[in-house]
Design a protein around this ligand. Structure first.
Ligand code: GLN
Length: 544
């Protein structure tokens, strides 16, 4: 039976619990164990799909079409294990399940309550689909003390008892702040946070203390004494120079050994961290650098483009170059006096990422025109592919009204609502005005690539499976006219109805994809499209 590691956070949010869980997963894997990493989110949305990226950061999409928390992206990037719907649950989804059941009469007259019904549902989620792994890491979103997370804490408390000895442990991630005026690290917030946990009946086994300065032995001893844990189980987690050095850093602090000890397992030898040392070496010793302009909409919050940011860095690792990302607000290019050329000329490549709605669309179209005309490598992802087609229709075919119906009615719908498509579950149908939550074309779909295309050469294959999240699609009625101008439809859905990739063979690097390749890129397995795009940027950097 799988062993469970519950991870909670205390004192403040944004402590990097997700990265911690991902890194611990990677360390256990490097010791030969099979892991799954999952996340409980205490908010009441059924999933983050309907939330603004500014609220919640990126929505991470799994192969099986779940719209999930961005921490699942960290888990996949660090462990390589594909996440599933079963790996992310929100309190909203738990309540939805319970209320649907109550309406059906399944509770046979009982009063439906937080304990036991909500907690039972949470426990069921924690235990589901875990037979084939050694360790399940469950991160609990939010901070200990939040009203919302109480049912999750209670479920952990119950599970800890029910699973029996040595089957589950709790890691509490806290902050040990540095007070500059006193020149000291302060342990009191950690003590309070652990007291809060113990008042809920939960005793942490390991404390991971985030700190900006090394934690002196005396403070470690103090935390251990007041929080009722062994001194070795108080682990310092200093700020890391980059996220991919975290697994090696936590190992050096003894985290993986302490975790095994807490389960009563004696660590055998050392974890094999070769892959992580190679990544750190590539990261720390680049042989050059490139500057990529990302012309987007949610540029004020980096978390909104988390996987994209990482995938670009992975492309840099593949080419041994440092990738400087310039986040450019597309709306800037919509002002009459905006000098697009001056802003984009220093870029070695331009990328337009996924987006929803019309805000900034004109600025993106202008950037794509710049990339096409100036022969600067261009990568369009989802919305960025759709706008590349609108740009081509407007400026090369000469149809000024070319647009997307996402922005309102248009006489020239180059991008239109997808009303039906084939999925593994059969024909899917949609209509305008339907529900927004969970109804997009989501998850992994295959595509067929033209044998002699640039993308087939990049993938080294004529088929692919990539993850999608979109409601609109390039309209096939415009295919011939676009192809006549040199924008080739080089990837299509297997039934030939939905355009998946467009490219310009007469341009150094111009590719638009309807899917999100950034979701599958890993530091130890950079996505071929990102590796190739950064390679093109390196070539461009030698020209300018
Ligand atoms: N808004 C566009 C659509 O739904 C693009 C989505 C995206 O970029 N992820 O089709």
């Amino acid at each position: 039976m799988a062993r469970f590691i519950f991870i909670t956070g205390g004192v403040v949010s944004s402590l990097g619990k997700g990265l911690m869980a991902a890194s611990l997963g990677a360390l256990l894997q490097a010791r030969g164990y099979k892991v799954r990493t999952r996340k409980f989110d205490p908010y009441l949305n059924v999933d983050p799909g309907t939330m603004s990226p500014y609220q919640h950061g990126e929505v991470y999409v799994t192969d099986d079409g779940a719209e999930t928390d961005l921490d699942l992206g960290h888990y996949e990037r660090f462990t390589g294990v594909s996440s599933r719907q079963a790996d992310n649950v929100t309190q909203g989804r738990i309540y939805q399940t319970i209320i649907q059941r109550e309406r059906r009469g399944d509770y046979l007259g009982a009063t439906v309550q937080v304990i036991p019904h909500v907690t039972d549902e949470i426990k069921k989620f924690a235990l589901a689909e875990t037979d084939d792994v050694d360790f399940v890491l469950c991160e609990i979103g939010g901070t200990v003390g939040d009203i919302e997370s109480l049912p999750f804490m209670e479920a952990i408390r119950q599970l800890h008892n029910e699973l029996g000895r040595n089957q589950s442990i709790l890691i509490h991630v806290t902050l040990v702040p540095y007070i500059a005026a006193a020149g000291e690290l302060k342990t009191k917030p950690t003590q309070h946070s652990v007291r809060e946990l113990t008042s809920l009946g939960i005793q942490p086994d390991i404390l991971l203390c985030r700190c900006e300065h090394p934690l002196p032995e005396s403070e470690r001893a103090k935390i251990a004494l007041f929080c009722n844990v062994r001194k070795e189980a108080v682990i310092q987690a200093l700020d890391a120079p980059n996220i991919y050095s975290v697994p090696a850093q936590y190992h050096a602090e003894g985290l993986d050994e302490e975790v095994l000890r807490a389960f009563g397992i004696e660590a055998q030898g050392l974890p094999d961290l070769t892959r992580w040392f190679d990544i750190m070496d590539r990261y720390d010793n680049p042989e050059g650098e490139v500057t990529i302009g990302v012309v987007g909409k949610y540029v004020g919050l980096q978390d909104a483009y988390k996987s994209l940011n990482e995938a670009l860095i992975h492309g840099g690792l593949a080419n041994r170059v440092k990738v400087n990302i310039h986040w450019i607000d597309a709306e800037l290019f919509e002002q009459p006096d905006s000098d697009i050329a001056a802003r984009l000329e220093p870029m070695h490549a331009i990328l337009v990422p996924g987006a929803f709605g019309s805000r900034g669309a004109e600025g993106k179209i202008a950037s794509i025109r710049f990339a096409r005309e100036r022969r600067v490598p261009y990568f369009g992802i989802c919305f960025g592919m759709q706008m590349a087609c609108v740009e081509g229709m407007r400026n090369l075919v000469g149809v000024p009204d070319a647009s997307s119906t996402e922005f309102g009615p248009t006489p020239e719908p180059v991008v239109g609502l997808i009303t039906e498509w084939m999925s593994a579950e059969g024909l899917q149908k949609r209509e305008a005005g339907g529900d927004l939550g969970g109804t997009m074309r989501l998850g992994a779909y295959e595509a067929k690539l033209s044998p002699n295309s640039h993308v087939a050469q990049i993938y080294g294959s004529t088929t692919l499976s990539e993850r999608h999240r979109h409601r609109w699609e390039v309209n096939m009625r415009y295919k011939d006219r676009l192809e006549n101008t040199g924008l080739i439809f080089s990837g299509m859905s297997p039934d030939g109805t939905l355009p998946e990739i467009v490219e310009r063979p007469d341009h150094p690097w111009f590719v638009g994809v309807q899917f999100h390749p950034e979701l599958k890129s890993k530091p130890f397995e950079p996505h071929p499209l990102f590796a190739s795009f950064i390679e093109a940027a390196v070539k461009q950097s030698r020209l300018v």
